[in-house]
Each structure stands twice: as structure tokens, then as C-alpha cells.
Design a protein around this ligand. Structure first.
Ligand SMILES: Nc1nc2c(ncn2[C@@H]2O[C@H](COP(=O)(O)OP(=O)(O)OP(=O)(O)O)[C@@H](O)[C@H]2O)c(=O)[nH]1
Length: 219
């Protein structure tokens, strides 16, 4: 799946991480981007992003994953954070019921700022702490189904399902973006027949971005 360094990048997809403080957003990102994990993780202040390039259906896809503070007082952004995002990871901690109970609020914030075609994955993190579980897999699955979200339980600590979660979202985004390209190629005036039968509009500035570095801070 990993693309070799120096390869050209066909797509850049922005994915945002959200959820309560201490659910493990930064460690999920560290696991995905660098295959690292730290037990002594500091609360995020402001915003940061990291990238990892993967090959999806023979195309090189750079995932640009944005992480922000779960704690209100450290959150510098809302609209700017969500702008241009094509995917979102909505994270709770399976041992903290409250972090799951807050998910509808996060979902509302997400839906009010991001595009309606956003691909969303609900993630129950810390699946390694089974003996402290306070959110059942069934409850979360049911919620995800009702809201039309993907769902996986992960452990950033044990590297369980972290890659799968990102690959699922990125592959879905890839398919939506490609469908959009097909549609726009087949009906340049917007009136012709469509190949897919359904027009899908994908948000934001260019999903295809050349190699150059984009804005902001990166860690
Ligand atoms: N056991 C276990 N601990 C984890 C896991 N993922 C993260 N943690 C720990 O949970 C704590 C919080 O992790 P962070 O990644 O900093 O949480 P966050 O959601 O980024 O927090 P904010 O930056 O405040 O929003 C740290 O002590 C991590 O080491 C996991 O999968 N299993």
C-alpha cells in the first residue's frame, strides 16, 4: 500500500479527526502517519496535520490528516479546520461513555461545517482496554447505521484497525471523486446523460493537487 518516496501524487485528500479530549486522536494519527505510539501523549493545542501517501487503485493518494484539540479552550478553529475536508474520523473512547454520548454533538458540528458528501467513520478507540469497556460494540454499530457512518473499533496502542479505518475512508473518497470526474466528463454542459446516473458533487478546492506543500503547520 505504501507509495515510494519521490513518486508523483495523483490526489491529496484532507481528512479531519474530531472527538473529545484524550480519546486518542493524536495517537491514531501518529500510528497511521509514522507507525508510532506514545502513552504519555500531550493534549493537542491548536491544529496540526501529518501526511501519508498510499496507493489506491493504482493511483498515488496523499492523505493529509488534520488533528485538533478535543478541549474547547485549545480549539483555535472550526470552519477553517473543516474546509475542504473529504473525510472525517469521529473518535470516542470505548472506556469513556461520555465520549460516546458526545458523538451526536460532534456530528452536528461536522455536518454544519463540512460538505454533505463528506465520508465519515465512527471510531471506538482503545479496544485493547476490553476490561474497562463502557460502550458496547452493538450500541455504536446501531448508531453508525442510523446515521449512515462507517464504524470500526481501533487500538492505536496495538495498531489494530487503524490502517483499515483510514483506507476505508480514503477508498470511499477516491470512489466519490472519481465518480464526479466521470460525471463531469460525460456531461460538460451539465445536461447530457450521466454514466453513473447520479450526480455527485464533491466539495472544496481541487482534489487533485500537485506535489507542492500546502499551508499551515505540520508536526
Ligand atoms: N490503552 C490505550 N491508550 C491509548 C490509545 N490511544 C491513545 N491512548 C492514550 O490516551 C491518552 C490520550 O491520547 P491522545 O492521542 O493524546 O488523545 P487526543 O484525543 O488527541 O486528546 P486531545 O489532544 O486533548 O484532543 C494518551 O495517554 C494515549 O497514550 C489506545 O488505543 N489504547
Amino acid at each position: 500500500m505504501a507509495a515510494a518516496a519521490g513518486d508523483k501524487v495523483d490526489y491529496v485528500f484532507k481528512v479531519v479527526l474530531i472527538g473529545d479530549s484524550a480519546v486518542g486522536k493524536s495517537q491514531i494519527l501518529a500510528r497511521f502517519a509514522r507507525n508510532e505510539f506514545s502513552l504519555d501523549s500531550k493534549a493537542t493545542i491548536g491544529v496540526e496535520f501529518q501526511t501519508r501517501t498510499l496507493v489506491i487503485q493504482h493511483k498515488s493518494v496523499k492523505a493529509q490528516i488534520w488533528d485538533t484539540a478535543g478541549q474547547e479552550r485549545y480549539r483555535a478553529v472550526t470552519s477553517a479546520y473543516y474546509r475542504g475536508a473529504l473525510g472525517a474520523m469521529l473518535v470516542y473512547d470505548i472506556t469513556k461513555r461520555q465520549s460516546f454520548d458526545h458523538i451526536p454533538r460532534w456530528l452536528e458540528e461536522l455536518r454544519s461545517h463540512a460538505d454533505k458528501n463528506l465520508v465519515i467513520m465512527l471510531i471506538g478507540n482503545k479496544s485493547d482496554l476490553e476490561d474497562q469497556r463502557s460502550v458496547s460494540t452493538e450500541d455504536a454499530k446501531e448508531f453508525a447505521q442510523k446515521e449512515g457512518l462507517f464504524f470500526l473499533e481501533t487500538s492505536a496502542m496495538q495498531a489494530t484497525n487503524v490502517d483499515s479505518a483510514f483506507i476505508t475512508v480514503l477508498t470511499e473518497v477516491f470512489q466519490i471523486v472519481n465518480k464526479k470526474t466521470l460525471v463531469s466528463e460525460s456531461q460538460p454542459d451539465g445536461n447530457g446523460p450521466t454514466l453513473s446516473g447520479k450526480k455527485i458533487i464533491v466539495p472544496g478546492p481541487a482534489q487533485e493537487i500537485p506535489k507542492s506543500k500546502t499551508c499551515c503547520s505540520s508536526s
